[in-house]
Design a protein around this ligand. Structure first.
Ligand code: FES
Length: 142
């Protein structure tokens, strides 16, 4: 049911962990399955993502899509990272079962939330980036 690449990224997740003093961090969740994903970005002065890490409390597909998403945005500019869609993540993983498509969406949303936080901290606007629907931290803090 899962591709070899999904199983590989699930068993050996890339870039798992957190970044101290990140340039941006975003946390998203899916209310239905309860899974949570957090992305940390380290962006240099030229707007290039030097490092990215994730923490995911969720299903295997959520772990695999987080892992692949970090691989896809690493080394890219923030503008390029914005174009890494859940479709791109799924394609890079050789597909996901239909019931697991929302897991890849969580990865896209987590990247966007981290980029949003980065832009906010920098006081800049990233063309085409929309404010995350909900930030889990803000929900938790009320
Ligand atoms: Fe919800 Fe995978 S089942 S993120």
């Amino acid at each position: 049911m899962y591709s070899e690449k999904v199983m590989d990224h699930f068993n050996n997740p890339r870039n798992m962990g957190e970044i101290e003093n990140p340039s941006g961090v975003g946390t998203v969740g899916n209310a239905k399955c309860g899974d949570i994903m957090r992305m940390y970005l380290d962006v240099d002065g030229a707007g290039v993502i030097r490092d990215v890490k994730f923490k995911t409390f969720g299903c295997g597909a959520a772990v695999a899509t987080s892992s692949m998403a970090t691989e896809l945005v690493k080394g890219k500019t923030v503008e390029e990272a914005l174009k890494v869609t859940n479709k791109a993540v799924m394609e890079a993983l050789d597909g996901l079962p239909p019931v697991k498509v929302h897991c890849s969406l969580l990865a896209e949303e987590a990247i966007h939330a981290a980029l949003w936080d980065y832009a906010k901290r920098q006081g800049i606007v990233i063309e085409g980036l929309k404010e995350p629907v909900a930030d889990i931290d803000e929900i938790a803090e009320g």
